[in-house]
Design a protein around this ligand. Sequence first.
Ligand SMILES: C[S@@+](CC[C@H](N)C(=O)[O-])C[C@H]1O[C@@H](n2cnc3c(N)ncnc32)[C@H](O)[C@@H]1O
Length: 303
Amino acid sequence: MEPLERYRSIIDDFDAFLAACKRPLASAVRVNTIKSSVERTLAALEREGVGYEQANWNPRVLRLETDSPGSTWTSFHGFTHGQEEVSAVPPVVLDPEPGERVWDCCAAPGGKATQLAARMDDRGTVVANDDNLGRLSALRFNAERLGATSLAVTNEDARTYSLERFGFDAFDRTLVDAPCSCEGTIRKNPDALDNWSEGHISSVAGIQKGILRRAIQATRKGGAVVYSTCTFAPEENEAVVQHALETESCRLVDFELGLEHSTGLTAWQGDDFDDGLERAARIYPHQNDTGGFFVAKLEVTAE
Ligand SMILES: C[S@@+](CC[C@H](N)C(=O)[O-])C[C@H]1O[C@@H](n2cnc3c(N)ncnc32)[C@H](O)[C@@H]1O
């Protein structure tokens, strides 16, 4: 927990935050509406004797009273997908429409890519890319089990991604669920901070800036880009978005979030950020009894 002390000055009720980080996380699943409705899934869980609680911000997200949500009948049949509750937030903020072209540039193992496909009624195209071939096997397996047929899978470094192969020059919307230092996953993975260092944060921030840059370039004017991480480090969150605001054609936009959250920071350790970063959301573990997440939404603008 020692590395998290650096956030004492920016987190309200820091002691409650630390206490929440030490508690294990409830099992959560997302209802896969490609294969089942919420009502049918709840009825199946009741028949199976698995207790559940619907998230108040999203009825498709369920907390289950079982330690093995992947072993239920509903999971086996692809009615549900094990997914941490806050991990379901970025696709909701991206809010794609059926028929659109969406790029999930860091997609494996596919929790959010299959959620995007479900939100689009599995119509249109979700290009699910990841630079890690092994993790893409898990994505393919998940897409098959969940019946998501609108996914196209690619294996490239998102920083240098080429669009020519698709016969179009821009996506309508792009999700950058970036690789990060994963501080916010401490409740799920107690070893998450074992290899923590400021050097690692700085090196992953460089990768994040490259990925977000390409995501904005690959999205049409007026289209949306959501940037998310499961970490608290401002160097990987506000500073990455700030860099995009300074170097690419984009602006921060508001979004609705039914979850309690804090706003993005406008300053950190001597660096000032754009005031628009208050439109971003920082979700801390003690606010909704979840993991931690950062989410910002950008609109691509004309140069
Ligand atoms: C936070 S995880 C994505 C989780 C995924 N969105 C989901 O919901 O299941 C970040 C992913 O980024 C991938 N990644 C790291 N560097 C990358 C790069 N330069 N280009 C594309 N993917 C990259 C990692 O392999 C990892 O799978």
